[in-house]
Design a protein around this ligand. Structure first.
Ligand SMILES: [Zn+2]
Length: 53
């Protein structure tokens, strides 16, 4: 097994995904922008909110 491959799987398993942004939905008012992101390693897709200060 490739050690880098193993480390990436381990990081994903621990919740540290290597995300790339699929799309960004701009929030209104107090709401932050919502990014739809996908992990480059395992394909895990989720959304995250970016706060604007
Ligand atoms: Zn991942």
């Amino acid at each position: 097994m490739d050690i880098l491959d193993f480390l990436q799987r381990l990081m994903c398993w621990l919740g540290f995904h290597d995300f790339r942004v699929l799309e960004v939905t701009f929030g209104f008012g107090e709401a932050g922008d919502v990014e739809k992101v996908e992990c480059k390693n395992c394909g895990y897709v989720t959304t995250r909110t970016k706060r604007r200060d």
